[in-house]
Write a protein that binds this ligand. Structure first.
Ligand code: URA
Length: 423
């Protein structure tokens, strides 16, 4: 077998055998296949897709590249959640402690930024001292003790995904159903949870740009889950405008704190309660409505925030030291209704300010970002603030930022946040 022949086979739209896929993936993990050949292979998959059988085989090979975590020493059902990634998507940081405050165990391995979408681990690292790398035993011990842990994918869980994910981030090979499905499901299956709730983002600021692709991705992940006997539910959610107001790392943590104190943006709150009610209802075997009510109570009575403080303390973070740069305010040139906010472009600008990576080894700047002052449907006056831009030294292109906002004289109907639930 040789890698050029396999890349060429996929380039010619042919179906690969499990052995051929394993040759590429295992060879890359061992270092026998260089980045440039793996990039070409990934691009061939992006362009020519994979069948369900190839995707399940790819997932299986990625699972077998490392160890499977045994969570059986944790009491009760362990529920995991994952998002396909969006702009301003800080959901996990609010959701995990809130669900844990209802007595449900959340053992969460999260990722770093991918393409223009931010990553939970990059965000959490803007809290001084917060440790995202722990051993498997510490991870399990913390979940048993306080009910929640959020760590980065340990070196041994789907290491093939870890290495390929970092390469995809910088080679324009993010937007592919088999690559996303196998990446997410290999980690989720290997990290041992009993049930998995997936937030599949749809729209300009997401990897899936339309409902048809988002449904196909959801169905592919549910099929992979069924292959491993795991309960998988997918919530398709709107990613036309950023989630909440903050897009960056440190400023998103500040928004999570506001949300857990009951003062967060409506869209983020609604998403957390919807995903959370699925997680809690599975774990406690109760109705979604009962679960929703309990979560809402814990958001309002501060129990969710207390659990968040426990989580940060357990992982040695200092909640009073969060990196946020000074900001400048950008004002509207005209009055009117905000009819569109270009989430993709905002994600891209924030990434270029330093919040994401252009090369695999880039060190990111946790303090930069953009805090919106408006959401779609709001009315702005001329000279009223549209957005604050947090940065310390780079020049910013004000016109490029203004172009992210479409302002018109007539208000347009806003599309719903929760688009569909596929169970
Ligand atoms: N999240 C992942 O873990 N992998 C992807 O490919 C996309 C989102």
């Amino acid at each position: 077998m040789n890698s050029i022949a396999i890349i060429t086979k996929k380039k010619n739209k042919e179906e690969l055998t499990k052995e051929e896929i394993a040759f590429m993936i295992n060879g890359y993990v061992k270092g026998d296949i260089p980045d440039y050949q793996m990039s070409a292979f990934l691009m061939a998959i992006v362009c020519n897709d994979m069948t369900e059988r190839e995707t399940i085989d790819l997932t299986d090979i990625m699972i077998q590249s490392g160890e499977r975590i045994d969570l059986s020493s944790i009491d009760g059902k362990v529920i995991d959640k994952h998002s396909t990634g969006g702009i301003g998507d800080k959901t996990t940081i609010v959701l995990a402690p809130l669900v844990a405050s209802c007595g449900v165990k959340v053992a969460k391995m999260s990722g770093r930024g991918l393409g223009v979408t931010g990553g939970t681990i990059d965000k959490l690292e803007s809290i001084a001292g917060f440790e995202v790398e722990t051993t498997k035993d510490q991870f399990v011990e913390q979940v048993n003790k306080i009910g929640v842990s959020i760590i980065s994918q340990t070196g041994n869980v789907a290491p093939a995904d870890k290495k390929i994910y970092a390469l995809r981030d910088v080679t324009g090979t993010t937007e592919s159903i088999p690559l996303i499905a196998s990446s997410i499901m290999s980690k989720k299956i290997a990290s041992g949870a009993d049930a998995i709730i997936l937030d599949v983002k749809v729209g300009a600021g997401a990897l899936m740009k339309n409902m048809e692709d988002a449904r196909a991705l959801a169905k592919r992940m549910i099929a992979i889950g069924a292959h491993y006997n795991k309960c998988v539910k997918c919530v398709l959610t709107n990613m036309e405008e950023p989630l909440g107001y903050a897009v960056g790392n440190g400023i998103e943590i500040m928004e999570c704190i506001d949300t857990l104190k009951g003062n967060g943006p409506e869209d983020l709150k609604q998403l957390v309660l919807t995903l959370g009610s699925l997680m809690v209802s599975i774990a406690k075997d109760c109705s979604k409505e009962e679960a929703y009510q309990e979560l809402e109570e814990n958001l309002n009575n501060g129990k969710g925030y207390e659990k968040f403080e426990e989580l940060i303390e357990a992982q040695h973070g200092d909640i009073h030291q969060i990196e946020v740069d000074p900001c400048v305010s950008i004002k509207s040139k005209k009055a009117g209704f905000i009819t569109h906010i270009d989430a993709y472009q905002i994600g891209d600008i924030v990434k270029r300010l330093g919040a994401g990576r252009m090369h695999k080894d880039d060190i990111i700047d946790h303090g930069v970002g953009m805090t919106l002052a408006v959401k779609v449907g709001d009315f702005v006056l001329e000279n009223e603030e549209l957005v604050k831009v947090h940065f310390d030294s780079q020049d910013i292109n004000i016109q490029e930022i203004l172009d992210c906002f479409t302002i018109e004289q007539d208000v347009k109907e806003k599309s719903p946040l929760i688009l569909e639930i596929i169970e």
